[in-house]
Design a protein around this ligand. Structure first.
Ligand code: FAD
Ligand code: DLZ
Ligand code: SF4
Length: 523
């Protein structure tokens, strides 16, 4: 894999930098690669492993993915300079490793692909000055919508809504289109996608990829070096090569996609993955690409293996939400990271790290997150996200938690989902209203409440579900702001029409509950 001689090698050629989430053969930084003259640099560095205390399974995923990718490149006769995390001389930073490789290979220029986080792009923009040689930063062509194209689409629009962006993406890609009309006559089949999961339905198991020698070695190192991080490496089974990622995708399309639409929003105790794809771990790493995934899904629909509501719903997540979120991130950074439209101030409750709570929904989702470094969308949005929103947790704290705990988390996708969609801290850039809900929603979509110490039917008094009084307290706290939002008219009216005594009891119980959260009591 890596040649590790310290002496300078004959100069010339291009140094091509591949970051840990850029493990794609068609990466723009690799375009035009000349195996006779060029060198590809992959560097495991402590800075990237610790800028937040990532879940150990995420570190294993990225480092093992990098080692496998480097091996695949080397097997095609490409010269790869690979720095391992514990190599002597490792500077610990991406910039330091690029400078070290420049000193060693003496290239004519450096080529990189734009990274997925603002802080890395900011640093990358300084590499040319620091090294004294040309550094070309290329577009990330693995996305369907380039950053400039998103800006062009957004220009002149007062509000940006995913649905209209998504229709553009459908037209542009031709996915599920009949000429210029959407397949089946409608763009969106979400109304058919919010079913409760019957207790008799048994979700099929997920493919587990047993660690090979490379992954095993990385697991040992990560277990040793990142002991204090949330979660463990044990049980790691995500794909770390493009071949395995494709196998996992095929398994999803054959066994879970047909039901994806119907039960996309469902949650069940001790059944973490249900009918979701878990494609995000591979897709965000570069092992899979959005368009081929969607073409496979469309082909399954065309051959009659998958209903339209499932195929459309799935494709919308990838060419709609995923691309939209990335566009929002790059359009609004770096200011987006500071937005706090609702003025939330609370510290993240300890239960987000311990899963130690009587609230069964949170116990399940945090516990599962710790175990798998994964939770599905509704769990992230309507359980952990909803609770943080209702409790008024500072978006910096919530953002940090989501970036740490999930194996698929990179700022370009994590931040607009957390700060925007889930916490409404962007004041409505991503969504037209906050995703705030009482316990009734969680009860409708899961079996959690039947196993909870709290009573989901009660809003106040002993055993009242905290989501219920916190929901109304949230509406009351922000009543002035929400008065201007027509989509919040219904809950506001509900609050105003409520008996004054009940309103007072709700506010009192919410205040006591939030105060006890702040003192670290077990909620
Ligand atoms: P599936 O349900 O099988 O969906 C298929 C794919 O669609 C996903 O793999 C993903 O690539 C895409 N997708 C679906 N919803 C979204 C969305 N809202 N935004 C972007 N892509 C989407 N997704 C991440 O990839 N990384 C994150 O760090 C992340 N953080 C999130 C934080 C919060 C608070 C919320 C509410 C959502 C977040 N999401 C994030 C979106 C979504 O929850 C995950 O993409 C999804 O759960 C990944 O699991 P899956 O592959 O099984 O998804
Ligand atoms: C997430 C991550 C980790 C844990 N480690 C590395 C690493 O050692 N080297 C590297 O090049 N990339 C790593 N990454 C991914 C980067 O953090 C990612 O490229 C940036 O956050 C931009 O998306
Ligand atoms: Fe969660 Fe309330 Fe249901 Fe308990 S009763 S699981 S706290 S929603």
């Amino acid at each position: 894999m890596a040649a590790s001689a310290a002496a300078s090698e004959p100069g010339g050629g291009t140094l091509r930098v591949v970051l840990g989430d850029q493990l794609s053969r068609n990466l723009s930084a690799l375009e035009g690669l000349d195996p006779a003259r060029d060198t590809v640099l992959l560097a495991e560095v402590m800075d990237e492993c610790t800028y937040v205390m990532h879940h150990p399974k995420k570190i294993v995923l990225v480092l093992s993915g990098m080692r496998h990718f480097a091996r695949a490149l080397a097997s095609r006769g490409i010269r790869v300079a690979y720095t391992r995390l514990l190599d002597r001389g490792n500077t610990g930073t991406l910039r330091g490793e690029v400078l070290r490789a420049i000193a060693r290979f003496n290239p004519e220029r450096v080529v990189a692909t734009e990274p997925g986080e603002w802080r890395v792009l900011d640093d990358m923009r300084g590499w040319q000055k620091a090294s004294g040689i040309e550094v070309e930063i290329r577009d990330d062509t693995r996305f369907i919508c380039r950053v400039q194209s998103f800006r062009a689409w957004a220009q002149g629009k007062r509000t940006l809504r995913m649905e209209f962006f998504y229709r553009e993406m459908r037209r542009q890609t031709g996915l599920l289109m009949n000429g210029d009309q959407p397949e089946g006559g409608r763009w969106n089949y979400d109304t058919e996608n919010r079913k409760r999961l019957p207790a008799t339905v048994e979700p099929p198991p997920l493919l587990h990829f047993a660690p090979d020698e490379i992954t095993g070695e990385v697991m040992g190192m990560v277990a040793d070096r990142f002991r204090s991080h949330f979660g463990r490496v044990d049980g790691f089974g995500y794909p770390v090569t493009a071949r395995d990622a494709k196998m996992a995708l095929d398994d999803f399309i054959a066994n879970r996609l047909p039901f994806f639409g119907d039960w996309q929003d469902a949650m069940r105790r001790d059944a973490p993955h249900l009918f979701h794809s878990l494609v995000s771990t591979s897709l965000n790493l570069g092992l899979l690409q959005p368009l081929p995934i969607c073409r496979d899904v469309e082909a399954a629909f065309r051959r009659g293996a998958v209903p339209l509501n499932a195929a459309e719903g799935y494709i919308r997540q990838i060419i709609g939400w995923r691309e939209f979120m990335r566009g929002i991130y790059w359009m609004h950074m770096p200011g987006y990271a500071k937005l706090n439209a609702l003025g939330a101030r609370r510290q993240l409750p300890w239960l987000y790290w311990s899963a130690d709570t009587k609230m069964e929904c949170l116990r399940q989702v945090v516990g599962q997150t710790r175990e798998y470094a994964h939770a599905h969308h509704i769990q992230r949005l309507m359980v952990t996200g909803n609770f943080a929103l209702l409790a008024g947790v500072h978006p910096d704290e919530t953002d940090l938690w989501y970036l740490i705990v999930y194996a698929d988390a990179y700022e370009w996708v994590e931040m607009p989902n957390t700060r925007g969609m889930s916490q409404f801290a962007d004041g409505g850039i991503v969504g037209s209203k906050p995703y705030a809900a009482s316990g009734a929603y969680i009860n409708r979509m899961s079996d959690y409440c039947g196993h909870c110490a709290y009573d989901v039917t009660k809003t106040t008094g002993e055993r009242a579900c905290p989501f219920n009084f916190l929901y109304w307290d949230f509406i009351a706290r922000h009543a002035d702001r929400f008065a201007a939002n027509p989509r919040m008219a219904m809950p506001l009216r509900g609050w105003e029409r409520m008996d004054p005594e009940k309103r007072a009891a709700i506010r009192e119980q919410a205040a006591a509950f939030l105060a006890s959260l702040d003192t670290g009591a077990r909620p």
